[in-house]
Design a protein. Structure first.
Length: 234
C-alpha cells in the first residue's frame, strides 16, 4: 500500500474530511415569504371596487333607451322624412316624453308642429298629422316692427286677432260712427327670427279664406296690428 492511501485511510478512521472527494450538496433552504394582511385586504378592496364599477356601467347601459333624434332642420308645417331623423340610445328620464326608435315609421310623413333643430330629441307633441293651414284657410304673412311685437313669444297654434287700425286722417264714416275697430280671427303658423338691423319679425297667420284678402290689404296699407287672444282661446 502506498503512503498516500495510508494517509487517506487514517484520515477516514479519524473522522476527518477527505480533500478532493466530492460529497452530496444539500439544497439551500428558502424561507417562506410572510403575507401581509394589509396588502391582501387592499387587493380584495380593489377587486371589489372594479367589480362594482363594471356593474354600474352595465346597469347604465341596460337602462338606456333608443329614441328618435332630429338630425336636420325641419321648418314648421314641413313634412318629416326619414332623412330628417336618427336614432340614439340615451338614459331617458321618465318625465321626458320622446318618440321611441321603434315608432320612427309612425312619425315619418307627418308635419312638424314646431321648428325642429338638429341634436334634439323628437317628442310626440312636436309632430302632427294635420296641415297647419287647413283647406278652408289662407296664409297671410305679416311683418311686425320691434314695437309691434308682443313681449310674449309667438308660437305655432297660438290664436290671435288681426286689428284694422286706419292711418291718421283716413278714418271712414262708418268707422267714425262705430269706434270699435274691425277685427279678424287668425292663428300663428310660424314666426321668423328678427331681421338683422331692422328687427322686423315676419309672422305667418292662417285665417279663413274669406278673410285672407282683407287681411292682405290691411298689411299692404300698413294698417294691420296683431293682438294675442286670451290663453284659453276666447
Amino acid at each position: 500500500m502506498s503512503k498516500t492511501q495510508e494517509r487517506v485511510e487514517q484520515a477516514s478512521s479519524r473522522g476527518l474530511p477527505q480533500q478532493g472527494v466530492a460529497g452530496p450538496v444539500a439544497p439551500p433552504r428558502v424561507s417562506a415569504r410572510r403575507r401581509r394582511p394589509g396588502v391582501i385586504a387592499l387587493s380584495l378592496a380593489l377587486i371589489a371596487a372594479g367589480g362594482a364599477g363594471v356593474a354600474v356601467l352595465l346597469l347604465q347601459v341596460a337602462n338606456r333607451t333608443e329614441v328618435v333624434t332630429v338630425v336636420r332642420d325641419v321648418q314648421v308645417g314641413q313634412v318629416i322624412t326619414e332623412e330628417d331623423l336618427g336614432r340614439a340610445p340615451v338614459a331617458l328620464d321618465p318625465a321626458v316624453k320622446a318618440v321611441r326608435s321603434g315608432n320612427l315609421d309612425s312619425v315619418v310623413g307627418k308635419r312638424a308642429a314646431v321648428e325642429l333643430k338638429p341634436g334634439s330629441l323628437l317628442a310626440p307633441s312636436q309632430v302632427t298629422k294635420d296641415s297647419l293651414v287647413k283647406a278652408s284657410e289662407q296664409l297671410v304673412p305679416i311683418g311686425l316692427k320691434p314695437e309691434q311685437i308682443p313681449a310674449s313669444a309667438l308660437v305655432p297654434g297660438q290664436k290671435v286677432q288681426l286689428v284694422h287700425v286706419p292711418a291718421q286722417g283716413q278714418v271712414d264714416t262708418d268707422e267714425a260712427s262705430n269706434p270699435r275697430p274691425e277685427t279678424l280671427d287668425g292663428r300663428v303658423v310660424k314666426a321668423s327670427e328678427a331681421a338683422p338691423g331692422t328687427g322686423v319679425v315676419v309672422v305667418d297667420i292662417a285665417t279663413s279664406a274669406a278673410d285672407g284678402p282683407t287681411a292682405a290689404a290691411w298689411v299692404s296699407a300698413g294698417t294691420l296690428r296683431l293682438v294675442l287672444a286670451a290663453p284659453d282661446g276666447s
